[in-house]
Ligand binder design. Structure first.
Ligand code: FES
Ligand SMILES: [Fe+2]
Length: 322
């Protein structure tokens, strides 16, 4: 079957069957927040990317050196480390960090490497009153300051300032703890803008982690990341969703410089389902539809979010419940 696709400017094409996001917004019985209804078109290009971005070792190394240190990376949730001394080990692209709850309730982040010869201090999270290196016994307080250097007389040139753990930036939004290696750049609030403002209606502060699901996939990180940023794959990979997910009519957008948006219509069938069951756009939404009128009212967004970092935590936020 060939779609009769009208010629439009690049990026402005819409699926000829099924409900577009704009249709759903227009049809809603209640007004949507402006930020969910807003559409602002700007052509950002649609040319294929060079495959080397996914396969080139040099490109990957450049990302490690020039991109990841500038990124606020999601490293832990508040509930992973509720009490003073609780800590999480966060690893990414060959670097390891200790995220530590302080006595005053704040969170600080350190390189997970002893200042003596760089041995990793901890391999997994837990709770501690100090971090003692298992190589020669240099010992650090949970605020990163040096507590003890065995045979200190042999280190006359090492000051306490020299010996404290290297620290990196830590930030927090709605229960999510982020770290960034670079000491300069946008604040976490600026980096996530406008996500925190728009998510005030869905406070994740009141949520907690039910389960973390992780899997190691032997692929470039972008290949796996991008698989969760689109619903183009849904009809083929998850055909069971066709009855109630308007997958390829999803709305993609960008909020600010760092937040991608994917609004997927739910309780709206895939266009294939509409065509093969003789449901017009209108009848697919009326009460004779298997989803019914009640479902129609909750046709909305699937509030999942993906945050950069924490590879073992990159399950959708729907695993976090109130
Ligand atoms: S490497 Fe840690 S004490 Fe020597
Ligand atoms: Fe999927």
């Amino acid at each position: 079957m060939t779609d009769d696709i009208p010629v439009t400017q690049p990026g402005a094409a819409r699926c000829p069957q099924g409900d577009s996001w704009e249709d759903i917004v227009a049809d809603d019985t209640r007004p949507l927040p402006a930020f969910l209804a807003r559409e602002s078109y700007q052509y950002l290009g649609s040319e294929p990317l060079a495959s080397a971005r996914y396969t080139s070792e040099a490109f990957f190394e450049a990302e490690k050196e020039r991109m990841w240190p500038q990124v606020w990376q999601y490293a832990a949730r508040d509930e992973d480390m509720p009490n003073p001394g609780d800590y999480v080990v966060y690893n990414n692209v060959g670097r390891s960090f200790l995220i530590v709850r302080q006595d005053d309730g704040s969170v600080r982040a350190f390189y997970n490497a002893c200042r003596h010869r760089g041995r990793q201090l901890r391999s997994e999270g837990g709770s501690a009153s100090e971090f003692r290196c298992s190589f020669h016994g240099w010992t650090y307080n949970t605020d990163g300051t040096i507590k003890d250097i065995p045979c200190r007389w042999d280190f006359p040139s090492v000051t306490d300032e020299d010996a404290k753990l290297d620290e990196l930036s830590a930030g927090r939004w709605d229960g999510y703890i982020f770290v960034r290696e670079s000491a300069t750049g946008p604040t976490l609030e600026e980096f996530l803008d406008p996500l925190p403002t728009f998510f005030k209606r869905w406070p994740h502060e009141e949520c907690y982690t039910v389960v973390n699901v992780g899997k190691i996939i032997h692929a470039n990180w972008k290949a796996t990341s991008e698989a969760f940023m689109e619903t183009y794959h849904a009809p083929e990979t998850h055909p069971q969703l066709k009855k109630f997910v308007g997958d390829i009519n999803a709305f993609y957008g960008m909020w600010g410089d760092n937040v991608n948006l994917d609004l997927t219509p739910f309780a709206r069938p895939h266009r294939w389902w509409t065509l093969h069951n003789n449901h017009s756009r209108t009848s697919s939404m009326n009460t004779s539809n298997t989803m019914g009128a009640k479902a129609r009212r909750w046709a909305a967004t699937f509030p999942k979010a993906r945050l950069p970092g924490a590879p073992w935590r990159q399950s959708p936020v729907n695993a976090i419940r109130r």
